[in-house]
Design a protein around this ligand. Structure first.
Ligand SMILES: Cc1cc2nc3c(=O)[nH]c(=O)nc-3n(C[C@H](O)[C@H](O)[C@H](O)COP(=O)(O)OP(=O)(O)OC[C@H]3O[C@@H](n4cnc5c(N)ncnc54)[C@H](O)[C@@H]3O)c2cc1C
Length: 379
């Protein structure tokens, strides 16, 4: 394929952040390339639990990529005999396999005019007078770069960022079980808070198998695999018909040294936008991709204004939410005795609030601020 060497924007990475940024940019008529080191569809380690709020942000129906939908969720704690559950009359969680889901989003960006360059790995970035993107085959010039290359992608480092994100380890298994066991576990999307100290386990049913994982929110070296094994026992899984293990990291603390530099905009995991309390990363990847795209479109001729617009858009909702979640996470994972005491009393309410956050009906950082101002009679 002959490749055009001059672009308005090059998006590095064809995950949800990259696809959404490219979609916004191409829709506005800009010349956009998406650079992806793999060939699509490609597996991505992920529970594939897309919350309603994230799904609502998408410009297209993703029904064809949804394997199961849950209009309820269940949160298990060892100290509670019954799980806390919440129910809504729409899908709180849509279960997707990321190969199909990501490909669908990228196809939509391509429909808008973006060009997908697959099997092209970013290797070097010149950020001095003109932005130059080097892959193993090409040198491409561009006005802007959107970094959407995930938690381990090189763009941010190549553009001069230090590592300031908080990265946590997580293990994901794609698991086949006997039909009777699948039928039992496929009835709910469940979170098990005591599956691992300072973390949680999840069991997300897909069409024909289970995505089971454990994540640790503390910067410790432990054998996650042992916790996964004991989580299988907790779920009553005695044997599996297949098990594919995938280890990965989740950035649950945003970068502290900004999200733009010399025409490079960081989005999604490359910026560190997964939620510090739940590690849910899809919504903010989609959201930040859209915001980065819109900011560049709005101020295309003035990179400094585009950078300011992106920062301001992030400050409206995404960053305050992450800060609030960070405080909640330090209480939730690191003060278990106080947490359990409170959950004994208010657990069901907390489960409802978590569900409202997943569905977008509550923005905790905004709602609590309003309540505090009301109390002080300032609002
Ligand atoms: C075990 C686990 C379970 C998770 N479960 C959930 C969940 O259930 N729900 C949820 O909301 N979130 C979940 N997350 C988080 C979620 O997967 C991420 O937040 C999300 O994928 C980030 O999207 P992104 O677009 O920023 O990056 P990614 O989806 O990681 O996409 C980055 C893309 O960039 C490409 N790339 C990387 N380097 C280069 C390069 N040098 N050149 C070109 N291309 C490159 C990659 O191949 C990839 O396609 C989970 C994460 C893990 C690790």
């Amino acid at each position: 394929m002959s490749v055009n060497h001059t672009w308005d924007v090059i998006v590095i990475g064809a995950g949800p952040a990259g696809a959404m940024a490219a979609h916004e940019l191409a829709k506005a008529g800009l010349k956009v390339a998406i650079l992806e080191k793999e060939r699509l569809p490609r597996y991505k380690t992920c529970g594939g639990g897309l919350v309603f709020r994230g799904r609502e942000l998408l410009p297209i129906s993703i029904q064809s990529a949804v394997e199961k939908e849950f209009d309820s969720l269940a949160v298990y704690f060892d100290k509670q005999k019954q799980p806390f559950t919440a129910q809504r009359n729409f899908p709180i969680l849509s279960m997707v396999m990321r190969d199909q889901f990501d490909q669908l989003l990228v196809q939509e960006a391509v429909k808008q005019g973006a060009v997908l360059l697959e099997g092209q790995c970013l290797q070097r970035l010149d950020c001095e007078s003109q932005l130059k993107v080097h892959t193993q085959e090409h040198i491409l010039t561009t006005r802007y770069v959107v970094a959407a290359d995930g938690v381990l992608g090189p763009t941010a480092k190549l553009a001069g960022w230090k590592e300031t994100r908080k990265l946590i380890p997580a293990l994901e298994y794609e698991v086949g079980v006997e039909p009777a066991v699948f039928e039992r576990l496929a009835k709910e999307a469940r979170f098990d808070i005591d599956a691992i100290p300072q973390g949680y386990g999840w069991c997300f049913p897909k069409a024909h198998h289970l995505s089971i994982g454990v994540g640790l929110f503390a910067p410790k070296k432990i054998q996650l695999r042992d916790f996964y094994k004991s989580y299988l026992n907790k779920l009553g899984i005695e044997s599996t018909t297949f098990e594919e293990a995938h280890g990965f990291q989740i950035p649950v603390g945003a970068r502290t040294d900004g999200f733009t530099k010399k025409g490079v905009f960081l989005t999604g995991d490359s910026a560190g936008f997964a939620d510090p309390l739940t590690a849910e990363g899809l919504t903010n990847s989609i959201y930040s991709g859209i915001l980065a795209g819109q900011s560049i479109v709005r101020e295309f001729d003035q990179p400094e204004l585009a950078a300011n617009a992106y920062q301001a858009a992030l400050e409206e909702r995404l960053l305050p939410e992450l800060r609030f979640s960070e405080v909640m996470a330090s209480f939730f994972y690191f003060m278990p005795a106080a947490r359990n005491l409170l959950l004994g009393k208010y657990g069901q309410r907390a489960c409802e609030i978590l569900t409202d956050v997943f569905t977008g009906q509550t923005v905790l950082s905004q709602d609590l601020k309003k309540k505090a101002l009301k109390k002080l009679k300032i609002w």
